[in-house]
Design a protein around this ligand. Structure first.
Ligand SMILES: [Zn+2]
Ligand SMILES: [Zn+2]
Length: 270
């Protein structure tokens, strides 16, 4: 093949192909490293250390090797994840992310997730899991950012507080009322949502979702912009845009929603 005669497009296609293969073989190499280490194969063939071996044979850094060996150790009680590491099916980068939350109970679930989700979606999944665990311990959740009250609201709240009114109860009551109001509006809209074949989500439904979540993802603790309106009930089965069963989601949570419930639903991009 004469490289010089290839068009840019052809050259790029070739690069993509070579790159993909390079990554695949590198993962395979990484997968057998724990055994090379355990059996001291590197010594037998005159290498001073496993690091020297991996650097000379596959250009791996010391850090990368350390990471692989520590993952091998961590995954001893989670055979599914361990298998993904040693067969090289999933990158060390992704596996390292789930290692911190992996248990014998959830490892089967995590193994399927790391295979279908992108790196950033895996990161989100891990963050959610940690968030949920922290939440169950009071006071250990992530610290909220500072509130930015306007001078007017601030002075009114201070005044109420000075008069002995519990402003936390007051605000909580307001928030509960808001939740209730939104829930009622969703129910009213949902009751009359007509059957339709149109994928278009009605403006009223969109408005109530915006009222509830702003322009953001609806997953608790997630503040990324919403990218799709996800049907939590399969649209093809119900043919209704019931606001109680649709949720705006960011790119990562949308991918997670689909990988968890592979009964794929219909939705509209925002
Ligand atoms: Zn969806
Ligand atoms: Zn999200």
């Amino acid at each position: 093949m004469n490289i010089k005669k290839l068009s840019n497009r052809e050259l790029h296609k070739l690069a993509l192909n070579y790159g993909r293969n390079a990554l695949e073989w590198r993962r395979k190499f990484i997968g057998i490293l724990p055994d090379i280490f355990e059996r001291r194969v590197y010594k037998q063939y005159g290498f001073g250390s496993i690091f020297e071996y991996a650097a000379k044979l596959a250009g791996l850094t010391k850090e990368q090797v350390k990471r692989v060996l520590s993952l091998d150790e961590k995954f001893q009680k989670t055979p599914h994840l361990h298998a993904l590491l040693v067969t090289g099916e999933v990158s060390v980068n992704k596996l390292a992310r789930v290692a911190s939350i992996a248990t014998p109970e959830n490892e089967e679930f995590l193994s399927t997730q790391v295979q279908v989700l992108s790196k950033s979606a895996v990161e989100t999944l891990v963050r959610d899991e940690k968030f949920n665990r922290e939440e169950s311990v009071p006071g250990h959740g992530p610290q909220p950012e500072n509130l930015s009250f306007s001078p007017e609201v601030q002075s009114r709240l201070i005044e109420l507080q000075q008069k002995g009114i519990n402003i936390n109860d007051l605000l909580l009551e307001f928030l509960q009322k808001r939740d209730l109001e939104i829930a009622q509006q969703k129910e009213q809209l949902g009751e009359v949502a007509p059957e339709t074949t149109s994928r278009y989500i009605p403006a009223k439904t969109r408005r109530i979702l915006t009222k509830e979540h702003g322009k953001c993802c609806s997953v608790p603790g997630c503040t990324r912009p919403a990218q799709a309106i996800h049907h939590t009930q399969r649209f093809a089965l119900t043919n209704r845009h019931d606001p109680r069963y649709v949720a705006p989601l960011c790119k990562e949570h949308h991918a997670i929603a689909h990988s968890i419930d592979l009964k794929v639903c219909a939705e509209r991009r925002l």
